[in-house]
Design a binder for this molecule. Sequence first.
Ligand SMILES: O=P(O)(O)O[C@H]1O[C@H](CO)[C@@H](O)[C@H]1O
Ligand code: HPA
Length: 293
Amino acid sequence: ILSSSAHSHDEYQKTADWLMSQTKHRPQVAIICGSGLGMLADTLKCQDSFAYSDIPGFPQSTVQGHAGRLVFGELKGKTCVCMQGRSNFPSVHQTTFPIRVFKLLGVETLIVTNAAGSLADGFQPGDIMIIKDHINFPGLVGLNPLCGLNDDKFGPRFPAMSGCYDKGLRCLAAEIAKELGVAGFLQEGVYAMVGGPNFETIAEARLLHRLGVDAVGMSTAPEVVVAAHCGLRVFGLSLITNKVVKSYEDTESVNHEGVLEVGRLRSHSVQQLVTELVGRMEINNNDNINKSV
Ligand SMILES: O=P(O)(O)O[C@H]1O[C@H](CO)[C@@H](O)[C@H]1O
Ligand code: HPA
């Protein structure tokens, strides 16, 4: 059942070829903008942008607050491709389709951002969390984008996931945060992906807290798994948009509009951090298009 929705190599290649015929940009870095964080894409210079619905084979954005555009352009001297919105809820294969297309375009580093609720006691809405590691709950029970026949051209059947969030980039981001004066609300922690689309019950929240989860959301882990599988370097940021309700006495509850609102309030800081990181990260030669895959 799971393998039936996986894509063939040709399908990724067709989409990559179409994009390369439509833009001269050959991106080195791909950035996925989470809920309320899409304005980062607007800052790219010399833009070429495409509605997802116009790109052959591309999954559509299904989440409110996600524009559904793929934007190519320059950021601090690096060529980037930016997903202004993700499609969280069709299937893990569809959600992660763009990652392999990026690989075929020559991308070597993936930056993922998301909105997330906090479980960690010291975290506040508005904090920015560098993702140190993740727990892929859907993946642990078999909803894994690598299920189905393995495509050896992308990576091995049993890829390692330890160290999938690059340590060098995490250190560089922490240094940059200090310089930008945002270290006061910078955190580092473990992101857990749950299936969603409902927010957590109080009992689920308590379980996640006990398991050592710092922040929870409904995305990102599958993208990172597919990226690590095909050898992309990964950096991830969660914007903490709400505290997850853990007490039966608590009368507050989370909603998507609130998530988007905090996203907008802090998006400038997230944008600054990502921009500086892209500017200062070292990139190997962008001559691997179609060679390693
Ligand atoms: O992970 P991103 O795309 O930021 O979206 C987050 O925000 C939505 C909930 O408000 C969920 O889709 C959750 O995963
Ligand atoms: O509290 C949350 N739970 C799950 N996903 C989320 N995305 C933003 N906030 C949350």
